[in-house]
Design a protein around this ligand. Structure first.
Ligand SMILES: Cc1cc2nc3c(=O)[nH]c(=O)nc-3n(C[C@H](O)[C@H](O)[C@H](O)COP(=O)(O)OP(=O)(O)OC[C@H]3O[C@@H](n4cnc5c(N)ncnc54)[C@H](O)[C@@H]3O)c2cc1C
Length: 392
């Protein structure tokens, strides 16, 4: 069946996950929004707690009302040390996927100018300002002032690009007896089996004295069999929990691309958002806050009538640093455990956070780079510079 009708929209969102909904919420804040015609296309009803987003932040954020938990004490651990990180006035925060989706969907329901199409988009064509979205059994031709897509795609990988996967499995467990300090979260605990991966660590976020989300996280080229994560989690629990009696309340499994490959931020009439638009930090996998910054910038540009593709461009300087770290990890020139130990013991965590947010000055970046061994990082920096200048 072919739908020949052409419908006019102001905004079309292909994908209504973190990036699509974060931008839409900000557009809805504009008093002129009710006059706009909006189409949202997503294959999923967004009614499951399919992920938790964690991030650091100093002030209240746009989604502060739905922050589920936050911590002011953060720790870095390995077999030899338990280091309390100096995060100054940063807080480490958690937003549950289900709370985010419910909050956004409730706001969307109040706007009859938003149309929600729950369908899987299989392909899009953009010809002469007309976008055709192909679904399984029909297609829709539409015209819009702005089309945004956050539907995942593989990007443009070349042989020179690094491509690791951050893969993790976590359990929310409830213990019979108090087992956690609710104020103390562990950002990285490298005391676990590395499985010959560039990095593997435990991430522990207590939700109460008897409940915590604990994830076994790995950076490597391939994901593991499910049993490996389960085994590592069980080993960690028996080594660290004061009790053997726990109940698994929720399981979270996920993968995040860690790559320096190029992602289009604009192509063929479509602006690319979120992970699909390269907003995932290649060296860490953190994405949530980059999506928030990008959404605020786009909403502001649209409000003042100055939307253009350059708004979505990423910083080349920080992309260079990401490539250096990703190169060292991918080529196993230094273990992640050793890199992060040096970083967190030599540089205050609040500065590392600013660096990972792409917000530091060059002089601060030199301090951070100096915390790494020159024998490993100088050749890696040179390699990436040559790669960037001549091959990418
Ligand atoms: C389990 C998990 C935990 C994470 N935790 C963190 C974290 O703690 N901190 C952090 O900063 N980042 C985290 N990330 C990384 C990143 O923040 C998330 O992946 C985030 O959801 C990315 O937002 P997005 O909008 O780009 O993609 P998504 O949120 O995945 O949105 C894409 C949307 O497109 C829809 N879609 C896909 N294919 C189609 C199709 N063919 N047709 C129509 N719709 C389609 C999907 O249903 C989805 O709603 C996590 C990722 C995962 C997977």
């Amino acid at each position: 069946m072919k739908d020949k009708q052409t419908i006019l929209y102001d905004y079309i969102f292909l994908g209504a996950g973190c990036a699509g909904l974060s931008l839409l919420m900000r557009l809805m804040d504009d008093p002129g929004f009710p006059a706009k015609k909006v189409l949202l296309v997503d294959s999923d009803p967004k009614n499951l707690n399919d992920r938790t987003w964690c991030f650091w932040e100093k002030e209240d954020g746009y989604f502060e009302d739905i922050v589920y938990q936050s911590w002011k004490n953060l720790f870095f651990k390995d077999k030899k040390q338990n280091l309390r990180l100096n995060i100054k006035d940063y807080r480490y925060k958690m937003i549950r996927g289900i709370d985010f989706y419910s909050y956004c969907l409730n706001r969307i329901k109040k706007h009859p100018n938003i149309e929600w199409l729950q369908q899987k988009a299989e392909k899009t064509d953009y010809v002469k300002n007309m976008l055709t979205i192909h679904f399984h059994d029909h297609s829709l031709t539409v015209q819009a002032s702005c089309v945004f897509s956050s539907i995942p795609h593989t990007g443009q990988k070349t042989k020179k690009d690094y491509s690791l996967i951050q893969h993790f499995k976590g359990w929310i467990i409830e213990t019979e007896d108090p087992s956690f300090h609710p104020e103390d979260a562990v950002l990285m605990d490298f005391s676990v089996d590395q499985h010959e991966a560039p990095a593997a660590f435990i991430y522990q976020l207590p939700l109460s004295s008897t409940k915590a989300l604990i994830e076994y996280t790995v950076f490597s080229e391939k994901v593991f069999e499910q049993e490996v994560y389960d085994l590592e989690l069980k080993k960690y629990f028996s080594a660290t929990l004061p009790t053997r009696n726990y109940y698994i309340e929720h399981v979270e499994y996920g993968t995040i691309p860690m790559t320096n490959q190029k992602y289009h931020h604009y192509r063929d009439g479509i602006y690319y958002l979120g992970t699909a638009g390269g907003q995932t930090k290649p060296s860490t996998g953190y994405t949530f806050q980059f999506i928030q910054k990008q959404s605020a910038a786009i909403a502001n540009a649209l409000q003042i009538g100055n939307m253009h593709p350059a708004i979505l461009k990423k910083s080349a300087r920080f992309g260079y640093y990401d490539s250096i770290l990703l190169g060292v990890l991918s080529k196993k020139e230094m273990q992640g455990a050793e890199i992060f130990k040096r970083l967190f013991t030599k540089v205050p965590a609040w500065l590392i956070f600013r660096f990972l947010d792409n917000e530091t000055r060059l002089s601060e970046e030199i301090t951070i780079l100096n915390s790494m061994p020159p024998a490993v990082f100088m050749p890696a920096a040179l390699r990436e510079l040559v790669g960037k200048l001549f091959f990418r």
